[in-house]
Ligand binder design. Structure first.
Ligand SMILES: CC(C)(COP(=O)(O)OP(=O)(O)OC[C@H]1O[C@@H](n2cnc3c(N)ncnc32)[C@H](O)[C@@H]1OP(=O)(O)O)[C@@H](O)C(=O)NCCC(=O)NCCS
Length: 155
C-alpha cells in the first residue's frame, strides 16, 4: 500500500511509544472481547518498552500512515530454545481500516530479515486456537503448526 512508512519503534517519541504499548496491551481483544485494557497496563508496557534493548534482543517495527498514526506493529524477540536461537513473535497487528493490503505480510517479511541477520534459525509464534484467521495467515506464509497448549480453568 502506498503512503505507508515502515520504521523501527522510536522509544523517544512518547506518542509512538504509547501507541505501541496500547496496541500490544489490546492484543487479547482479538480473541477475548471481554478483555479490559487499563491505563495502568498500558503504562506498564510503556515502561517495559523504554527498558528493552531494541535492535539487539528485540525488534519492533511500526507502520505509519500519512498522519503519522501507527496503523501496524510487529514485535520480535530473540530467545534460545532447545539449543537454537529463534525469534519469537510477541505482536503482529494491522489496523482494521488498513488490512488486506499486504501490510501484515510486509511487516512479517521485514521481521524475518532481521531475525536472519541476527543468526536466528527459526521464527516462532503463539496463536489462539480460536484465531483461525491468524493460523491460516501464518500457514500461508510458511509457518508449520507445532504444539497445542491446552488449559482447564480451575474452579
Ligand atoms: C493478521 C493481520 C496482522 C493481517 O494483516 P494484513 O495487513 O491484513 O495482512 P496482509 O494484507 O498481508 O494479508 C492478509 C490477507 O490479505 C490478502 N491481501 C494482501 N494484499 C492484498 C491486496 N492488495 N488486495 C487484496 N487482498 C490482499 C492476503 O493475501 C491475505 O489473504 P488471506 O486472508 O487469505 O490470508 C491482521 O488481520 C490483524 O491485525 N489481525 C488481528 C490481530 C491478530 O489477530 N494478531 C495475532 C495475535 S496472535
Amino acid at each position: 500500500m502506498k503512503d505507508i512508512k515502515y520504521s523501527l519503534l522510536n522509544i523517544n517519541d512518547e506518542a509512538e511509544l504509547r501507541s505501541a504499548a496500547y496496541i500490544h496491551e489490546s492484543a487479547p481483544l482479538n480473541w477475548d472481547p471481554h478483555y479490559k485494557v487499563t491505563d495502568e497496563r498500558v503504562l506498564f508496557w510503556v515502561d517495559y518498552l523504554k527498558n528493552l534493548s531494541l535492535g539487539n534482543k528485540a525488534w519492533i517495527m511500526v507502520a505509519k500512515n500519512q498522519k503519522q498514526e501507527v496503523i501496524g506493529l510487529h514485535w520480535l524477540k530473540l530467545e534460545e530454545k532447545f539449543n537454537q536461537l529463534r525469534a519469537n513473535i510477541d505482536s503482529l497487528w494491522v489496523h482494521d481500516d488498513y488490512r488486506k493490503n499486504g501490510i501484515g505480510s510486509e511487516l512479517k517479511k521485514r521481521g524475518e530479515e532481521w531475525a536472519k541477520s541476527q543468526g536466528a534459525k527459526l521464527i516462532s509464534t503463539q496463536v489462539y486456537y480460536s484465531n483461525q484467521k491468524m493460523i491460516n495467515f501464518n500457514v500461508k506464509l510458511g509457518f508449520i503448526p507445532q504444539q497445542v497448549e491446552m488449559i482447564k480453568p480451575l474452579k
